[in-house]
Design a protein around this ligand. Structure first.
Ligand code: SF4
Length: 79
């Protein structure tokens, strides 16, 4: 399980989440920041840091946001 960065990041890219992540698992992709699902420890620190509420636990993702989990897996080469 992991947290997932969704569409609001595409226009914001504030990067506050990168600063607070204790395991350094957030990187800038082509058009947004992305969380490595295999490294994320589910601490939730990034959720509070995000100024545009772009980050959700994967179990709480809306159906329309599910592609953002797949986007992160693709970015980090996770099957
Ligand atoms: Fe990093 Fe914690 Fe956010 Fe996972 S939940 S990306 S470990 S800050």
């Amino acid at each position: 399980m992991a947290f997932v960065i969704t569409s609001a990041c595409i226009l914001e890219q504030a990067a506050d989440c990168v600063t607070v992540c204790p395991v350094d698992c957030i990187e800038l992709g082509e058009d947004q920041y992305l969380i490595d699902p295999d490294t994320c420890i589910d601490c939730g620190a990034c959720v509070a840091a995000c100024p545009v509420e772009a980050i959700y636990h994967e179990e709480d993702l809306l159906t329309e946001d599910l592609p953002f989990l797949e986007k992160a897996k693709t970015f980090y080469n996770i099957a």
